[in-house]
Design a protein around this ligand. Structure first.
Ligand code: APR
Ligand code: PHB
Length: 390
């Protein structure tokens, strides 16, 4: 039977970042990932990093390309009633965010892992966890046609929302909290210059829209869509027309369109599982919680979980100090719930909800108006958007 200190399930940003921080601290780990490396790299996801995530990636040794190619944004724009209003992130908080695609974060981490020679088993099938409530957990899986066993001291469940780790916690000890929103986001990636220097979050009677980017020549756009919508029904032309309608006249006129490189629909969900630890199994990232993308917190929460978990494991292996591990769930969840609140609030503020009363519609407009005319309200948005220190 193969042995390691920490078995990590999932090679998304959470698993890869944890693996890198542990390996640099001399803690052995093996990652088991059910998909291929190409599949993992082909997923287009979020793109906004808080300073804490940037710092952690630097600590993991993958800060170089990020520093060179990441775009530092000092503000974001809110657009409604045909006008744009800037939220000055730097002015309110002294901090900024960095726009750098999750795909690039993943690519950098995969390369760094390969360079240090740590093991990742891609296409590991039928992963199952055993004995996590004792001191000698075993992970069983099928790889290249044969069943294998990995003995370890800890299991890190970094296998996303649909993974096996959360499902391995007995239902009596796990509490879950969930909200499913009655709409989705249709996203398009295109090799076109971004419509504006900063991100535009637009509220419009036709629905929410977001103008984001990956670089100075590559854009990422989203429009709120119905859950019944199928991506095949959205030609590029239909997408660009819809997006243009939801923006202010200046942005609509400046929008450069082109063929889509990727187009997909994602549902919006808020979800939290508590606690984030069961015996020697620790959940991190999307395995434990989901936020709707409106607040750009998904990747940042994965990073903050990994920060708490890696420092807990380092303290344990260096000094036999279990305090960090004992407090992991509580510390991570305090931050998770702050991000859940903010993401839910940003989602409620900016989307068109089917079946809301005229009274609620007016309240939503009043809240937007308040936000752009009150320094305190804009400051609160800015503080949450740039994120709290770990
Ligand atoms: N066995 C092994 N690997 C698995 C299993 C399984 N049973 N189930 C899922 N996985 C893998 C997935 O293929 C994926 O590569 O676990 C990985 C989980 O990665 P992510 O879904 O990217 O989750 P996480 O690393 O927590 O990153 C969170 O990703 O979804 C975005 O917006 C989210 O930005 C956030 C970030
Ligand atoms: C993205 O660039 O994909 C993105 C940016 C900001 C968000 C969500 C997604 O709030």
């Amino acid at each position: 039977m193969e042995r390691t200190q920490v078995a990590i399930i999932g090679a998304g940003p959470a698993g890869l970042l944890l693996g890198q921080l542990l390996a640099r601290a001399g803690i052995e780990n093996i990652i088991l990932e059910q998909r291929s490396a190409d599949y993992v790299l082909g997923r287009i996801r979020a793109g906004v990093l808080e300073q804490g995530a940037v710092d952690l990636l630097r600590e993991a040794g993958v800060g170089e390309r990020l520093a060179r190619e990441g775009l530092v944004h000092d503000g974001i724009e809110l657009c409604f009633d045909g006008e744009r209003h800037r939220i000055d992130l730097r002015g309110h908080t002294g901090k900024a965010v960095t726009v750098y695609g999750q795909t690039e974060v993943t690519r950098d981490l995969m390369q760094a892992r390969q360079e240090i020679g740590a093991i990742t088993r891609y296409e590991a099938e039928d992963v199952s966890l055993h004995g996590v409530d004792g001191v000698n957990p075993v992970v069983r899986y099928r790889w290249q046609g044969s069943v294998r066993e990995l003995a370890c001291e800890f299991v890190a469940g970094c296998d996303g929302f649909h993974g096996v780790s959360r499902a391995s916690v007995p239902s009596q000890v796990l509490r879950t909290y969930e909200r499913v929103y009655p709409f989705g986001w249709l996203g398009v990636l295109s090799e076109t210059p971004p419509v504006s220097e900063e991100l535009i979050y637009a509220h419009h009677p036709r629905g929410f829209a977001l103008c984001s980017m990956r670089s100075r020549t590559r854009s990422r756009y989203y429009v709120q869509c119905s859950l019944e919508d199928r991506v095949e029904a959205w030609s590029d032309d239909r997408f660009w027309d819809e997006l243009r309608q939801r923006l202010d006249a200046r942005a609509a006129a400046a929008l450069v369109t082109g063929p889509s490189i990727e187009k997909s629909i994602a549902p919006l969900r808020s979800f939290v599982a508590e606690p984030m630890r069961h015996g020697r199994l620790f959940l991190a990232g999307d395995a434990a919680h989901i936020v709707p993308p409106t607040g750009a917190k998904g990747l940042n929460l994965a990073a903050s979980d990994v920060h708490y978990l890696s420092s807990g494991l380092v303290d344990w292996y260096r000094r036999g100090d279990s305090l960090g591990l004992d407090h992991y769930s509580e510390r991570a969840l305090r931050r998770v719930w702050k991000a859940e609140r903010f993401s839910w609030w940003m989602t409620s503020l900016l989307h068109r909800f089917p079946e809301v009363s005229p009274f609620e519609q007016r309240l939503q407009r009043a809240e937007l108006d308040y936000l752009v005319h009150s320094a305190a309200a804009a400051g609160a948005l800015a503080e949450n958007y740039v994120g709290l220190p770990y």
